[in-house]
Write a protein that binds this ligand. Structure first.
Ligand code: HXC
Length: 518
């Protein structure tokens, strides 16, 4: 055999050993836990044959605790780039079969390299996390590695989309990289995220809790809001990443890809004309409106199980990606509370950072009252949403369906927060508060002094208030809304509004950065 053939053979051999990561036995152990390997996951994620791997031969440099005896090629993470639906993405996938996917200094260098390439070349960066955390044998070097990754997460924020998918353990400070990215997905029953595990929790607080109940996918998707999506399987999680990317631009200098639709722009939806119940206290389902107006009824909901009183997610209207924000009257009457405000504010800011127009559907009775909300800083948290809408310069189209009361009306993308085009349905009621509350405040004294006629006074004043405010005409007369539209025409009107706003250019005053009420 010639020297050159031997060289080639050696390369082929090294590559195939590297591809085995921690070896066949550990791969089988990974499968036995219902988990795929890093390479199997990347195969599912990327277009066939598109993966270009970097740093396959990188090895750790640790010489403590026996680490000097083993130097697996690749060192526990597979990194590179590839395409999804033909569009460039950068990826890293931690390989649990090598030292439990734990983060060494060299692993962090590999991850930082793809983060930097994603930033430089303007493409999304996707991390598939499956790791026991900082590599214990490396001490401070491993911690420094995390710091390097975090810094690049921060510098990339708002420049390229960053997506984290948790497919195994993610504990301790390691959780902060996903938390710094735009979207976190988790897989039910095989992934968990927490700062301190069940054993530490028990020793410090005495509380007994399982891994799943402390930091499983369901907990983070519904209670903490740390996870934006929870999937039943790894395949489903990867499918969601692909779907999500289809709505996003590659970076903040581009617009999201246009997708042709067979759904007619002028499609009228007669059912919307009779959707709002006659009784203003009766609920209806906002999903019916969203599904009726977006292309093909397709809606990718973000934070589906968290703060369900507000709905956020991506759709297309006339082929263009939009971010939909909608109060949900069917949950807590669509009231704004701390979690709903945080959830929507983060979504609005993401859309604004990545040039995705906002379509806001309003039916909000106000902010949730009570000590729990006040002590939890509803003032600061509500201000986040107000701030997010007010600073956003992307096209903003708003439709008030029914209630738009008080501060919540202002917060939900009103005209004064630089809303571009604000429509109302004929059922809209835009006022400081609902009729009952208003009469009780304004006529409390009269009713108390004349208990015999209290009910009659109440009824009369309520009628007068409703005539004046329980409709959209006051707001329309003053130009606070641009038009009152027939509900069935909403799809067409919103798409036409978005088309008008295509060339929108709006600036914010020069500043180092803003001071969002955190
Ligand atoms: C080095 C590690 C490791 C780690 C796991 N391994 N975690 N090696 N450093 N952090 C190794 C194991 O020794 C084992 O090696 C292999 O990975 C698989 O681990 P198992 O324990 O056999 O797997 P499993 O039973 O599934 O348990 C997984 C686990 C557990 C729950 C993740 O390994 C574990 O608790 N690890 C430690 C977690 C931890 O405390 N990490 C530090 C967090 S603090 P062999 O050779 O036997 O296959 C942190 C700070 C970050 O991360 C700070 C950032 C600012």
């Amino acid at each position: 055999m010639s020297l050159q053939s031997e060289n080639v053979q050696k390369l082929v051999q090294r590559r195939s050993t590297a591809r085995l990561g921690g070896g066949q036995k550990r791969i089988e152990a990974q499968h036995a836990k219902g988990k795929k390997t890093a390479r199997e996951r990347l195969e599912l994620l990327l277009d066939p044959g598109s993966f270009e791997e970097y740093d396959m031969f990188v090895q750790h440099r640790c010489t403590h605790f026996g680490m000097e005896k083993s130097h697996p090629d690749g060192d526990g993470v597979v990194t590179g780039c590839g395409t999804i639906d033909g569009r460039l993405v950068y990826v890293f996938a931690q390989d649990f079969t090598v030292s439990g996917g734990s983060l060494s200094k060299t692993m962090s260098e590999k991850i930082c390299k793809v983060q930097e390439m994603a930033l430089r070349n303007g493409a999304p960066c996707i991390g598939l996390n499956d790791s026991g955390g900082a590599r214990i044998q490396e001490g401070i070097d491993a911690l420094a590695g995390y710091g390097e990754i975090f810094e690049r997460n921060i510098l990339s924020s708002g420049v390229v989309p960053q997506i984290s998918c948790i497919m195994g353990p993610c504990a301790g400070g390691a959780v902060y990289s996903p938390a710094l990215t735009d979207f976190t997905l988790m897989v039910r029953n095989t992934s968990y995220m927490f700062l301190t595990g069940p054993a530490v929790v028990k020793s410090v607080t005495g509380e007994e809790v399982s891994q799943e109940d402390l930091g499983g996918a369901s907990v983070h998707a519904s209670k903490s809001g740390v996870a934006h999506f929870a999937a039943d399987t790894e395949e489903e999680a990867i499918g969601t990443i692909k779907e999500l990317l289809s709505y996003l631009p590659r970076n903040n200098r581009e617009c999201a890809p246009f997708r042709e639709t067979a759904d007619p722009v002028g499609r009228v939806e007669d059912s919307l004309n009779s959707l709002i119940p006659d009784n203003p206290n009766k609920a209806y389902d906002m999903y019916a409106v969203i599904n009726a107006i977006v292309d093909e009824g397709k809606f990718l909901e973000v934070h589906k199980d968290f703060a369900k009183n507000i709905i956020v997610g991506f759709a297309r209207m006339g082929g263009q990606s939009v971010g939909v924000v909608a109060n949900q009257p069917a949950v807590l009457a669509g009231v704004l509370d701390i979690n709903a405000s945080r959830k929507a504010a983060r979504f609005v800011r993401f859309c604004d950072a990545f040039n995705i127009p906002l379509v806001t559907l309003v039916d909000v009775p106000g902010f949730l009252p009570g000590t729990q909300q006040e002590y939890g800083a509803i003032i600061t948290n509500g201000a986040k949403l107000l701030y997010a809408y007010g600073e956003a310069t992307v096209p903003k189209v708003t439709v008030t369906l029914r209630k738009g009361y008080g501060g919540a009306h202002i917060v939900m993308s009103c005209k004064q927060l630089r809303g571009d085009i604000n429509y109302a349905w004929p059922s809209a009621q835009i006022a400081v508060m609902g009729a009952d509350g208003a009469v009780n405040v304004l006529y409390a004294k009269e009713m108390k002094e004349d208990p015999e006629h209290a009910q009659a006074i109440f009824d009369e004043k309520k009628k007068a208030y409703e005539e004046l405010f329980s409709n959209p005409y006051q707001a329309a007369q003053k130009g606070y809304i641009d038009d009152i539209i027939e509900p069935r025409n909403t799809r067409f009107r919103v798409i036409r509004a978005l088309a008008q706003l295509e060339g929108k250019h709006q600036e914010i005053p020069a500043k180092k950065h803003d001071n969002l009420p955190l």
